[in-house]
Design a protein around this ligand. Structure first.
Ligand SMILES: Nc1ncnc2c1ncn2[C@@H]1O[C@H](COP(=O)(O)OP(=O)(O)O)[C@@H](O)[C@H]1O
Ligand SMILES: [Mg+2]
Length: 282
């Protein structure tokens, strides 16, 4: 995750309804040129205090940036506490327990025997914020030898070494067609965006060929909405997956300011947010 520099951020008033603070990340899954589809103004004068959605990617310096912007009268939609609640499993897990796989976390790696006994095998390992680029060998652990090797690699991994170690119960997810690689295999999984607990977009998480039917979508979004309501955040992403038993679970949540769109149409997503802001009674 990079440090975000205020000087590279562009403050836009979208359709006279929503303030967005944009920064280019350089990823096609994340960047979206709002001005190609919407009216985007840079008002010469603005209210002294405004609330803005940050679209500048994952920031290592969110707290500092929040304070710097607040001093200008620009309040990011998530306070530093809300940002942590959306981003770190150690913060969101207590609220989502029961909707998401059972999880434990540690500042120092626990013994393999103790976690395997509590969570069973295989184990799902990740950092409190993310995996190491979805590499299966670092996340799906079947034995003490695999565990030791993963722990060793976590210590050297630039993404994982500064995060708490999270151990999760491994849930068998409904597979979808995908070619075998060293990545975690794709499953029947969807990403959903929630604006004040209203669904403003949902679509496939993996870029392989699968889709939900009406019934599946309804069941999946009910679980995602329950998670969103529990989190009670302005703008959160909930990733949901179907187990091989047919049940829907929340895989994780994230700050939607930082999340890639997945297969969600960015146009529809922003249109929905604008409409909710223009008609707050909905
Ligand atoms: N507890 C689990 N059991 C089985 N599969 C899981 C579990 N947690 C995550 N996965 C699978 O691994 C993928 C990556 O895990 P995730 O927690 O989303 O990591 P990241 O934060 O790096 O995206 C998920 O999209 C899901 O397919
Ligand atoms: Mg994920």
């Amino acid at each position: 995750m990079p440090r975000i520099d205020r000087a590279n951020l562009d403050l836009i008033l979208l359709e006279d309804a929503v303030w967005v603070l944009m920064g280019e990340v350089g990823l096609s899954s994340y960047d979206f040129n709002l001005s190609q589809f919407f009216s985007c103004r840079h008002p010469w004068q603005r209210p002294e205090q405004i609330t803005a959605i940050g679209r500048f990617g994952a920031a290592t310096n969110y707290n500092e940036l929040y304070a710097q912007l607040a001093a200008e009268g620009i309040f990011l939609i998530h306070s530093p506490e809300q940002y942590l609640l959306a981003s770190e499993l150690t913060h969101w897990y207590p609220l989502l327990a029961g909707l998401t796989p059972k999880s434990l976390w540690f500042s120092e790696p626990p013994s393999f025997e103790s976690v395997a006994q509590t969570l069973g095998l295989p184990l799902f390992l990740k950092g409190s914020r993310q995996t190491s680029r979805h590499r299966a060998a670092l996340s799906i652990i079947h034995s003490a030898a695999e565990y030791d090797r993963a722990i060793e690699m976590y210590a050297d991994d630039p993404i994982l070494q500064w995060q708490d170690l999270v151990c999760r119960e491994f849930i068998r997810l409904r597979p979808v067609p995908s070619t075998a690689t060293e990545k975690i295999p794709a499953s029947f999984e969807f990403r959903s965006f929630w604006w004040y607990s209203n669904c403003v977009g949902a679509g496939q998480y993996w870029s392989t060929d699968y889709n939900w039917n009406r019934e599946e979508e309804t069941a999946a979004l009910a679980v995602a909405q329950a998670a969103a309501v529990r989190l009670n955040l302005p703008f959160v992403v909930i990733d949901i997956a179907q187990t091989i038993a047919g049940e829907w679970i929340a895989i994780e949540c994230n700050d939607a300011q930082e999340s890639g769109y997945g297969a969600v149409s960015p146009f529809t997503l922003w249109r929905n947010i604008i409409d909710l802001e223009l008609n707050p009674s909905v």
